[in-house]
Design a protein around this ligand. Sequence first.
Ligand code: 26Y
Length: 799
Amino acid sequence: MFADKETFKRAFVTKLETLCGKQFEESTTRDHYYVLGHMVREHISRHWIATNERNRAQRRKQVYYLSIEFLLGRLLGSNLLNLGVRPVVEEGLRELGIRLEDVEECEADAGLGNGGLGRLAACFLDSLATLNLPGHGQGIRYKHGLFDQKIVDGYQVELPEQWLRHGNVWEVRKEELAVEVRFWGRVEVSEQNGRLLFRHVDSENVMAVPYDMPVVGYGTDTVNTLRLWSAEPAKTFPLHKDVMQYKRETEAISEFLYPDDTHDEGKILRLKQQYFLVAASLGSIVQAHRRQHGDLRRLHEYVAIHVNDTHPVLAIPELMRILLDEEGMSWEEAWHITTHTVAYTNHTTLSEALEKWPIHLFRPLLPRIYMIVEEINERFCRELWERYPGDWGRIEQMAIIAHGMVKMAHLAIAGSHSVNGVAKLHTDILKQREMRLFYEWAPHKFNNKTNGVTHRRWLLKANPELSALITDTIGPRWIHEPEMLMELAPHASDPAFQGALAAVKRQRKAKLAARIYEKTGILVDESSIFDVQVKRLHAYKRQLLNVLHIMHLYNRLKEDSHFSIYPHTFIFGAKASPGYYYAKRIIKLIHAVAEKVNNDKRVHDQLKVIFLENYRVSLAEEIIPAADVSEQISTASKEASGTGNMKFMMNGALTLGTLDGANVEIAEAVGNENMFLFGLTAEEVLNYYEHGGYRAHEYYHHDKRIKQVVDQLVNGFFPDAGDYFEPIYDSLLTQNDEYFVLRDFAAYAEAHERVEDAYRDPARWWRMSAVNIAHSGYFASDRTIAEYAVDIWGISPSM
Ligand code: 26Y
């Protein structure tokens, strides 16, 4: 099919006729996408079957990565790339008068995630397959992914996302592998031969139907599986319930992704989703294992289950339930197997994201699971009591069930053999603060796995121009061995290389500028500094610091005719959780500032502010290669890792950032002189939180720049906004600026001056840029996954 372009062209046209029932001349771009997608999937199938066969035959340990989010983005381009057929397809299509790029744009992003955690899961799948590791994803096939964002008059409006509207060429429905999941009802206890038997009766059942998607490795025959579960009515309807209501409630389970990455709402439905994912995944994992190995006594030798944050942590009691109730094992044996199978990653220390479930919701929905969690808690507390006799305070703080709540992180730590953070600083904070008592109890469980991103999507695919330059300079080995990028280091000071690097960046900036014009009607100066902050909107990520600084630049440009800056284009992209009103006000503020700045003739040639709506994976692939400056300015200690920082670095942008998350390790790699670091350290921030001593008022009163911009939030400077920005003003002054925006303002402004100085010295700038690319190999997810494979999962490549 893809042997050469003539074969491809013939196959394409024939396929189009059979699949679409029309002649080539009548076909649309969507038809082309559909046909090409099918051809690729067909091509993959052989290897998919072979991989599954091999896994069975070799009886190798398999990893299942359970995640409530998989933020995959588009798949056609990355599949073509990984299969190595992209050039043939591109050329063949060109000769048929079709641009591959247009075909790719037909594909809806698979946006089954909110942000970092979901995108990390997607990067991990790519690395697992590429490294020939037997690792599979399990998630939920949400009918609607993360909402589509529209901006109306500067305000965010959310629309339901519809990625399945035109079908999904990558999935295969496997009805025969459906698993029944039980909710509600009650547990009947009986005794048989001196053993207690537990039966979950009067339950309301839901059918979990798997849709499998192939995960293709780069330059390998390995095709792993991402299994996404869809909720459908079970064969037996609950008798006591209205049929329509039952159907609605059932389908609601896989209808929407929670567009919410901090606040807990719609609690019951979210808990239902979590148990649905877990019960379906374990059902299928255990079924496959039983078929191969008979019973589950050695499950932990053949299966590793990874829970991505606490959302799938019910995997622990669910596995216990299977081992106890279905296999008839003793508690001790079941616990040994469970804890040796499950591992857990923590992605945040924000207290609002630490999941707790009220017992009054948990127990009725999942009666048997609740009983097991109670028993886990009792045994855990007993163990603690023996270890720390009399230390009630400690046990109360560590208990899994306390004060009417089930604490999911505590369950995760107690019931798994590995707990990892996602960057060194984050893991240290977990060990020394958030999870200190648990670390003291079981230090051997704790480890760090610094995040990584797949450089194949974020560099090779997103930035073919830069990739070509890299390959021309050091050969292609970096694609398989990203740490080889280090070979660029000797070229960093080479004027020819620098010139080529600058030319690539110019090209990508021109491309983004065209896109900005198309989307917003605003013309930006392609030779200005493209300064970019794209990520979820959160107070701790401090988009506000960025905006206030832009307001300050604007004020100065207006007031001081001798003042000038190197032309800047500030680019934002961010979705705010629908119920997160503060974040929505920041979006409006960015627009209000943009409106002022972009329409003011006096600053026209020096300052532009752009907000690109509906930030998502495919848009990130256009933005990141065009960035000069990468804004990573979270309040130190708050961003567990960040992964955008890594994507920008790979694409030669320089980081303007705080010493937070993985920024710390980026700085270690490239040296402080190759970044623009500023602001409070994590230690200083945590000290403030612990001991107080910060008074935002003082910064407001003592720094005229700050006073001016903060006042402008409420003094009529933005006439259309009325009092809409008052809560922002209050957060800074009345509420004493929880995220230290004012505290870091001066340092941030000064760091911006350093950026400008560096940019005015091209030899220096492009050397710094090259050094960043050279050191980015460490931040490829291949390295991260290799560490998980060895340290946590105990799996090795199969082939
Ligand atoms: C249950 C609910 C409250 C919740 C929903 C989503 C809680 C957390 C989340 C998502 C968290 C998340 O995306 N965390 C990010 O994970 C990235 C990958 O490890 C990190 O790089 C990033 O710093 C962290 O914020």
